[in-house]
Design a binder for this molecule. Structure first.
Ligand SMILES: Cc1cc2nc3c(=O)[nH]c(=O)nc-3n(C[C@H](O)[C@H](O)[C@H](O)COP(=O)(O)OP(=O)(O)OC[C@H]3O[C@@H](n4cnc5c(N)ncnc54)[C@H](O)[C@@H]3O)c2cc1C
Length: 398
């Protein structure tokens, strides 16, 4: 049987639903852009309109308030939102956390969280990075200590996106320290634990970090000092969070790739429109110069390739229960789409000449957003390390 690359009617409906929910906001683009880019606020009414379509419900079946369309549904939806300039990091974070809770959480936890996440009532953040544990995530020091039926969590996280607006955060910490793992001859992947925490709980302090790159959102240092969390908020078993973690990280990479494709598509369309209108020498438009058209054609090719890889990664996540295999496609998609988005934004700026830097044309702010993709949610170097080791079987050099 031939491979079928056609999107289904249901997937087309998701795209249609995204366009439909954004329609009422089109006339207020300037006001919303001001809120998202300058004030770093993602408007609640926009969140409500997007989640009201059931987009996040794709992540879970009907019994948890969803529609069972899978990560592929969110991938297609998020890409479409980004095509219209409305990508949103909290959608990515909430969806990735849903995947982890659905695949690894207790039945009680699934019932408690998934319907409210699916409806958009609960926004989730994600916290793994620490001052000494970014690329090397196994080095996390934040520790959860058992205290009766609860855990007491202490430590520090950095760069936590949207910690001020998230209702909950999926926190990666340790129930056995790296040092104790070493002493006991256990692998460093052992000892990790995942908790759902309330960022407004007693013992948590948030400090904003002035950063750029994620529109409509701020990053925070999260200080935790004996934060009391019921044991029922742990996803899976103590010490065994390592594998479950990838049920969050893989969707994050795939959705970052989808957002990159949408961003690139948006910038490419702006560039093509401008190239078709602008004349510099005589009446011919700049789009007729190969110096302008060929780089844009290359972006179009790379965009199509990135989109295919992103859909393949989403398909792998939905159909495979092997996080290692899914990770290969997720990382490839994130790398390809991230690098492509950087080029797409750069070419759109170049096509616009000086106007590429004018805020009015709505391109320049993508420069940082696209560039961030080479660094977060995982750095390009670590993806290449991962592919060299796990896909090609080359030795690990660090
Ligand atoms: C805007 C923004 C939003 C973020 N949001 C979140 C969030 O919501 N939640 C969260 O947990 N984190 C978040 N992060 C953190 C982000 O995931 C990390 O910054 C990123 O993973 C890199 O970690 P690091 O900054 O500690 O870099 P480091 O680990 O210090 O690495 C520094 C450089 O060394 C390179 N390097 C390190 N080891 C190797 C090696 N073995 N081989 C080759 N190169 C290597 C890295 O690739 C990198 O280029 C965010 C970051 C930013 C900037």
């Amino acid at each position: 049987m031939a491979l079928d690359f056609e999107l289904s009617w249901e997937h087309e409906q998701i795209r249609e639903a995204m366009r439909g929910c954004l329609e009422p906001f089109q006339g207020r683009r300037e006001e919303l852009t001001q809120m998202v880019i300058k004030d770093k606020i993602f408007p609640q009414e926009l969140w409500d309109a997007i989640t009201g379509t059931g987009l996040l419900g794709c992540m879970v079946p009907e019994e948890y308030g969803g529609n069972g369309m899978g990560l592929m549904g969110v991938t297609i939806g998020l890409e479409e939102l980004a095509c219209h300039g409305f990508g949103n990091a909290l959608l990515v974070l909430t969806a990735m956390d849903m995947a982890c809770i659905y695949r690894n959480g207790s039945e009680e936890m699934k019932q408690r969280y998934l319907p409210k996440m699916a409806s958009g009532e609960l926004k989730f953040g994600f916290a793994i990075t620490e001052p000494d544990a970014g690329t090397n995530a196994f080095r996390v020091k934040t520790h959860a200590r058992k205290d009766g039926d609860d855990y007491l969590i202490s430590g520090q996280k950095v760069f936590i996106t949207g910690a001020d607006v998230a209702d909950r955060i999926l926190l990666v910490c340790r129930t056995t320290s790296v040092e104790d793992c070493k002493k006991q001859g256990l692998p460093k992947g052992f000892g990790l634990a995942l908790f759902v925490i309330d960022p407004k709980a007693a013992g948590i302090d948030l400090k904003p970090i002035p950063t750029q790159g994620i529109e409509g959102m701020t990053q925070f240092t999260v200080y935790m000092d004996d934060v009391r969390v019921p044991a029922t908020e742990m996803i899976g078993e103590p010490d065994m969070g390592g594998m479950a973690l990838f049920n969050s990280l893989n969707p994050e990479r795939i959705l970052a790739a989808a957002a990159a494709c949408g961003m690139a598509d948006n910038c490419l369309k702006k560039a093509v429109n401008y190239a078709n209108e602008r004349s510099v020498f005589g009446n011919r438009t700049i789009g007729s110069y190969q110096g302008i058209s060929h780089p844009l054609a290359k972006v179009a090719i790379q965009l199509e390739a990135s989109r295919l890889l992103t859909y393949k990664a989403a398909w792998a996540f939905d159909t495979s229960d092997n996080p290692g295999l899914v990770g290969q496609y997720a990382n490839m998609a994130k790398y390809t789409a991230g690098e492509m988005a950087i080029e797409a934004v750069d070419r759109a700026i170049q096509t616009h000449g000086g106007y590429g830097f004018s805020e009015e044309y709505g391109i320049i702010h993508y420069h940082t957003s696209a560039r961030l993709l080479r660094t977060a949610p995982i750095t390009a170097e670590m993806i290449l390390n991962f592919i060299a080791e796990h896909h090609l079987g080359l030795p690990k050099g660090y």
